[in-house]
Design a protein around this ligand. Structure first.
Ligand SMILES: Cc1cc2nc3c(=O)[nH]c(=O)nc-3n(C[C@H](O)[C@H](O)[C@H](O)COP(=O)(O)O)c2cc1C
Length: 188
């Protein structure tokens, strides 16, 4: 489809058997036809943010790659676990790096979030920390429907990690359709 909207998907877990990564793999089947989901460049190789490193040698290549991918996208969808009631360090570190760029890539960018955890709140608390950071970066934050995948260990196939839970699929479908409309409105 020529005029498909591009949504970059950033996963906050580096784990091979990650439920959040498994969730990202389920998204294309649940997205509306006008939405094309693009996997973000990897964030796991970023050095820890250090302004001295930035001053001495500029931004690391992987951070530049991520920023370019965010700028090229019509919207960004985060899919992340909650670590100790907040964002995983690897995700926060990636946000911190690109946030220092002159052409800050989240500025006026439509952003949405889904979280998946093995706990009963589905990562709700990390979403509020993420919303705080995105507010500071002047992103355009999508509100509802919210997607919290709680007790993820019961919602994916044990062998294939395919998403099997129908109510979860339904709410994701609703969120992606609403996010598509949100992005389309922003582009007008
Ligand atoms: C360092 C660490 C902190 C965690 N903290 C939380 C937490 O605050 N809330 C929660 O629901 N689960 C927490 N968990 C459990 C995660 O929900 C669980 O490991 C989940 O599977 C991680 O996502 P992933 O499968 O995509 O890697 C934590 C896990 C780790 C490794």
């Amino acid at each position: 489809m020529a005029d498909q909207m591009k949504v970059l998907v950033i996963c906050g877990s580096l784990r091979k058997g990650s439920y959040n990564a498994a969730l990202t793999r389920a998204l294309p089947a649940l997205a509306p036809p006008e939405m094309k989901l693009i996997t973000a460049p990897p964030i796991g190789s970023f050095p820890l943010y250090n302004a001295d490193v930035q001053d001495a040698s500029g931004f690391p290549g992987p951070a530049e790659d991520l920023a370019a991918a965010i700028r090229a996208a019509d919207g960004v969808l985060f899919v992340s676990p909650e670590y100790n009631w907040s964002m995983p360090g690897v995700l926060k570190n990636a946000i911190d790096w690109v946030s220092r760029m002159k052409e800050q890539p989240f500025k006026e960018k439509p952003v949405a979030i889904q979280s998946c955890s093995q706990g009963i709140l589905g990562g709700a608390r990390m979403q509020y920390h993420w919303r705080m950071s995105m507010t500071f970066l002047n992103a355009v934050i999508f509100g509802t429907p919210e997607v919290f995948v709680a007790q993820a260990q019961n919602k994916f196939d044990k062998e294939t990690l395919a998403l099997t839970d129908q109510p979860t699929k339904d709410v994701i479908k609703m969120q992606l359709a609403a996010f598509a409309k949100f992005i389309a409105k922003m582009k007008k």
